[in-house]
Design a protein around this ligand. Structure first.
Ligand code: DSN
Length: 529
């Protein structure tokens, strides 16, 4: 491998030379060193990493599914574990030399069990959607495939003759899945027509109540009795209320369904003991899937927890569904799970919800229509169509211009549809990580209202598609954007993203022909030199 020594234009040396020894931060040191190493061969990649930090420092992150992981979590991923294949599960691998992967996977699983009080944990899924596939296939494996194999007198699918295998595949496919409708807040991977889950299952949905936009468990029960699903799936990406999972389990039991809960969005609130007792899915569901990077604040990835009955099948996630595990991400999961076990994480999780409640109240006090009237979790939905006559697309676009990053979202029974949408989804996990509280939330709500109330759908130009212009473009005075930008910049100056990293030691000439973006006051001016 090529060797190099640090030269005069080394970023890490510049940092060391300009920083008193006692102020040197190991995470920042590692960040600068990584830029030096990456830019030797790939200056464009190094420049993009810096640009992303600049972008994140210049915009308030209100995307409900994002957060800021610790530098320790990030650094656990940037190492030689990425070189290792480890198909199988701890101490049962298809490759030699997996002892160290076993250690980190054992550690991540043990910490997940401690964090969630589950009977079994599987930490290999690469994403939440992958975790859902692992869960689906494990449930089908235990409830359909294993009994069929037993009837055939074999333990593995390999020796099953072709004709019997065709019958078994027919038995496996087209089982009924009952999950929350995408427009009511369910996820794509819960049986939405564009997703594999709708091919694997005969998928049915339940919705929130048309008037209150709340989940009515009596209605879910009636729907479950009508559909008689094989799997009853609870969980969401854009629903704002706590769910009584004890009652959902009763419904599943009544109709003989397996209960699966997708807690991808709110797993940090479960780990942080915001959702406890009947509202904690882990004791009640047969199988629970999750991501690790949303409220849980870990690396981008997935997780499955389950009752012992499903453990062996879940552990076969690779090769059933997944490609080889990513040991470097599993290492980072272990780091973040340990962080989440600290008392400070529980305080953080409670503050996320307080902040979301405050955000819902502050928006409503300025006239915003908020479906369900508030929130019990980290998500706030806002109906910008009803309130301002704008589409979610327009609101998302103009707010991003003002330094607020969020995503447009369908609302229940959305009259506009899934592309332009009627709503916004806002989340408080990331700004809570930065330390923002009630005062800053009020400021954010005020900026949102000031901007959206002065934004209008564009007037179509001659010959322009009227529908596209009215839904996709907007008009807003430049002064409105400038004022809002100054306000969000002020917030970000007070709550910097990764404050350990001083961009002042980086120069645009560090990246060859790459130039870095014009900086606002949220990032040191030296970056633009
Ligand atoms: N993309 C995630 C979210 O934003 O909720 C889920 O897939």
């Amino acid at each position: 491998m090529a060797q190099s020594s640090l030269n005069d234009d080394s970023i890490v040396l510049r940092y060391i030379d300009s920083t008193p020894r006692e102020e040197i931060h190991p995470g920042a040191l590692a960040f600068y060193a990584s830029l030096d190493e990456i830019r030797r061969n790939s200056p464009d990649v190094a420049a993009s990493i810096v640009r992303e930090l600049v972008s994140q420092r210049s915009n308030v992150k209100l995307i409900a599914s994002e957060n800021y992981s610790s530098l320790a979590t990030q650094l656990a991923q940037g190492n030689l574990f990425t070189d290792k294949y480890a198909e199988g599960y701890p101490h049962h691998r298809f490759y030699a030399g997996c002892e160290n992967v076993d250690d980190i996977e054992d550690e991540a699983c043990a910490l997940a069990l401690e964090l969630f009080g589950a009977e079994h944990a599987y930490v290999q899924p690469h994403s939440g959607a992958d975790a859902n596939l692992v869960a689906f296939l494990a449930i089908l494996g235990v409830t359909v495939e294993s009994p069929a194999l037993e009837r055939l007198g074999v333990k593995s699918p390999v020796p099953v003759p072709g004709e019997d295998w065709s019958k078994l595949r027919e038995e496996l496919q087209g089982r009924r899945l009952l999950a929350m409708d995408f427009f009511s807040g369910g996820h794509l991977s819960h049986g939405y027509r564009f997703n594999l889950s709708s091919r694997l299952f005969d998928a049915y949905t339940y919705t929130v109540d048309r008037e209150t936009k709340l989940l009515d468990l009596d209605a879910v029960r009636a729907r479950a009795q009508e559909v008689k699903p094989h799997i009853l799936l609870a969980g969401y990406s854009s629903y704002t209320r706590a769910i009584d999972f004890a009652r959902v389990r009763e419904i599943a039991d009544e109709v003989g369904a397996v209960l699966m809960v997708d807690m991808a969005h709110f797993s940090g609130l479960v780990a942080g003991k915001v959702f406890t007792g009947d509202f904690d899915p882990v004791p009640h569901a047969h199988v629970v899937s999750s991501t690790t990077h949303k409220t849980l604040r870990g690396p981008r990835g997935g997780l499955v927890l389950c009752k012992e009955q499903f453990a062996d099948a879940v552990d076969k996630g690779c090769p059933t569904v997944l490609g080889g595990p990513l040991p470097q991400v599993i290492a980072a999961k272990a780091v973040s799970f340990r962080e989440a076990l600290q008392p400070a994480f529980s305080e953080y999780a409670h503050r996320i919800v307080e902040n979301a409640r405050t955000l819902a109240e502050e928006l409503q006090s300025r006239g915003m229509a908020v479906p369900t009237g508030g929130t019990d979790n980290h998500i706030v939905l806002a109906d910008v169509d009803t309130t301002y006559g704008l589409t979610g697309w327009q609101a998302e676009g103009v707010l991003r211009e003002c330094g607020l990053t969020l995503n447009r979202n369908v609302l229940p029974f959305d009259p506009i549809g899934p592309w332009y949408t009627s709503g916004l989804r806002l989340g408080t996990s990331a700004i809570t990580t930065l330390g923002m509280g009630a005062e800053e939330i009020a400021e954010i709500a005020d900026v949102i209202h000031a901007v959206l109330s002065q934004t209008e759908a564009a007037t179509p130009a001659a010959g322009e598609d009227e529908r596209k212009a009215k839904k996709g473009r907007y008009e807003v005075p430049t002064s409105v954007i400038e004022t809002a930008r100054a306000r969000t910049r002020d917030l970000l100056d007070r709550y910097p993203v990764y404050p350990e990293i001083d961009l002042g030691v980086i120069s645009s000439t560090d990246f060859g022909r790459q130039t870095l973006p014009e900086q606002g006051s949220a990032a040191p001016s030296a970056v633009a030199s």
